[in-house]
Design a protein around this ligand. Sequence first.
Ligand code: SF4
Length: 343
Amino acid sequence: MIDIHPKDLTLAQLRAQMLRWDEKPFRGEQVFRGLYRHGARTPDEIRGIPAELRKKLPAELFMLRLNDRIASRQDETQKFLFEAADGVLLETVYMEYSYGSTVCISSQAGCRMGCAFCASGLPGLMRNLTPGEMADQVLLARELSGADIRHVVVMGTGEPFDNPESLAAFIEIITDPLGLGLSRRGITVSTCGLLGQLARFAKAFPQVGVAISLHAPNDLIRQKIMPVARRYPMDKVLAAARAYTEETGRRITFEYALIGGVNDAREHAEELAEKLRGMNAHVNLIRLHTVPESGLAASDSAHVEGFLQTLLSRHIQATLRRSLGEDIFAACGQLRNSRTKPR
Ligand code: SF4
């Protein structure tokens, strides 16, 4: 009876599991290499391991299967809908940026953070994804796109710091040189601001990039659109961000979705610039993506440009992020655990 899937284990855990299965620890390395470097689908495809060990492994080595896929007509973005063994659906997005091929993965099925502008939180949290289900999104996106994916952003459905153990194991797995061997510097984790976890994460993974979803210049606005802001007020978020930059020596990114009439006025940009003054930070402006149920609208071009220029004139590093995949509901905040479009 298989009670654990090898894809859910880091290499160190897999070596320990071999001892529990009365196998030599080095078999763990063979299995790990087979899973990640060779993308084995069945135990028979793992080279050099004894027949007895093959019987102890699950018959199916991928934890996800493709349910649906859709390609954008406006750019190279592709969205994959995957199905886990228990029927849970989750979305993964493949994108081509100037700096390379990137996959945006989900860390939870659904989300309990309830941000007003986001489709992912609409059904609430169904369950956490396991490390193997997160790693399989990278493996399968690489296989389905045919691209050599070097960048991973944990910005799909879910709040990664609400599933911290899986997130940590996932990063260990995909950066292990015996497996996919991705660079930790090529990974970015996006959080709505669960600050207790941020400090722990920065200590454990100082090379991994962090993006904080800010979306407002003050508590009044932030609390209206992000329930998490009631738990973690803005001054605490900014203090944690400063501590992160000091601990890691890395720049922190703030995500800011411009919502028409809510957070996009010139005085909002001025207030934000004042609060970020002197911080090693970059503001990623995003024009709000359409989520029909939210009742919120994107800022018009004049407000977007005005906001950006106000930040730049006050020496705050800022860019307007190119939106990819909006026509297939694959852009930030549009992912949901269902088929390709809202019905
Ligand atoms: S923006 Fe992120 S944290 Fe907020 S509801 Fe959506 S997935 Fe959850």
